[in-house]
Ligand binder design. Sequence first.
Ligand SMILES: *Cc1c(COP(=O)(O)O)cnc(C)c1O
Length: 658
Amino acid sequence: MTTSPSSDALRAWFLGPRAENAELLERLLTEALRDHVFWRRNFHPEDGLTIREMDKRREGYDQAVATLTQELMGLLAELKRGVPFFSGRYKGHMAFEQTIASQVGYFAAMLYNPNNVAIEASPVTTRLELEVGSQLARMMGYDPERSWGHLTSGGTVANFEALWVARNVIYFPLAARGAADELGVELEVECPGGKRGRLGELDLWELVNIHPSHAMDLWDALWQAAPRKDVQAALHRHSLQTLGYQEYIARLDRAFGDPLPPSVVLVAATAHYSWEKIVRALGIGSNQLVFVPVDSHYRMDPDALWEKIRELSDRRVPILACISVCGTTEESAVDRLDRVLEVRERARKELGVSFHVHSDACYGGYAAAVTWDGEGNRRSAEAIRRSVNGDGPADPVRQGWPSQEWVRSMEALAGADSVTIDPHKLGYIPYPAGAIVFRDRRVRELVAIDPPYLLPTQGLGSSEDLFLGRFVFEGSKPGAAAAAVWLSHKVLPLDERGYGYLVERTVAGARKLYTTLSELDADPFRLILLPEPDINIVCFLVTHPSLKTLSEVNRLNEGIYARMSLSVPGAQPRYIITRTRFQTPMYDGAVDPVLERLGVGSVEDWKAGGTEGLVVLRSTVMDPFLADPDTPDHATGLARTLLEEAALALGEAKEPPA
Ligand SMILES: *Cc1c(COP(=O)(O)O)cnc(C)c1O
């Protein structure tokens, strides 16, 4: 096979399935440890020793060391019952091993235990975190000068912050209106329809439909219109943040005589379950989570989105945000974000409706690296296709990726108001590492808080930027995670040379698995593949001519899953996959063709089945070596195992004779 600098480098990026790079990792970890030891030894050497050599000869000391050693051995033995994410045989959840860079970066910084809540507890790693934030923002296509990003413990918290901010931005013009009245200042704002208007003359519906950027312009204007402390006090008296929902709504009713219906959040039907938690936690309420149907490729349907918005606007229901997904958790589907943004623009023009657009790219965010070359220019779909397919004969499945539309969807991330990206997924970084980036850095002021004991010292050159706890939901968080992401981004740049290459290889691997499964002679079984993945998750299910009902088919696939997962204690599966359950009404738009091929009833029957849904087997290909012809052929291995396990599971799947 042909090699390139990136394909050579790939072999140095990971410890390897057989720990082939053990020496390298050991050398770097030892280096990090020794360097830390030097630091301690050279820190006020005049202090002398606290633990003396003679102390180490005492019985209690010996005992403590013996306990430590013994217990560690126990822990190490236990840990081997963990999940072999590193192996080519693991094709389950969105997890693989981590880059050596991130492991070493984490370990090195962990010895210093920095806390990125504030610069005084993390003089080095807070800066690394902000650097990483701006790298991710740049990968999304944001202007690094105007955007802002930081790390979180994961995608759930990052998504929480996105909606927390979005809600405050959407409601800000209302608070500004109250504050401006009180301060006796007149402000102008760009109205939903496009013309400028006087803030004091807008009605409630117009106030909750101001475009997020214009809401932030209003923020600037308000702070310039009166002394700082007066604005702060007035805003406190009028913002949802201080008042809470109950008091806020009661006041709206008094002030406008017009209590609007509760505001909603639009989400793609494929959205991660964290959104349900978030609307509950924010007091928005899960009834206000409105699912937008997906198409047969599991992408949010833009026409359905438009219909929903029109219907909501007819009923004067405010929309806080629209959550689009880049890389769905189940299928790695990439929403047509460019079209979602077009729908928002149309809603603004035709309906006077606006809202925050968020892309949940927790899984797929790093795939944006594919669209950048080493010079900071975008790559065309064709250029990417050439590099994925290499010089070899391109089979039809692999050849098609990525489409023009896929590249446009990725480029459209630049137009989202916020994006969440999990370095601990396609970034191959150890947990915990999520991230959020906002297009307009001003929005963080809407959630900022000023605890007196953490306020930066004025005039000592410490900028408020370095006190992250002021703007983010979490408090203490590991600076080691920031060091891990930072070092990994240094070794694998966020473009075609680094992460872009890595993601491309996983796509090639997923396509290889897809092709292998589609060419498999499954007789007497039938293997049904769901549409080709937008990134690297392959979904399929197995059926047999003797299975007559959906329940039987579901049982067969549950049986296969039980045999090919670690869900049963003590199981030693040869290959590991996962499964999901497509449910109504979320997947109504997607299951029709699958049910037809299964021949076990219509969508109507499926809907009538309620929560039983459709069991789908799922294989996440994060393994960058799968497509490599010089490595074990785990695609064929997985396919064969699937059929063998299906044969064993078949008996249990059938309905017992009545
Ligand atoms: C994984 C995931 C999340 C949640 O992220 P955590 O890091 O597990 O909290 C949210 N959205 C999507 C699309 C995801 O794939």
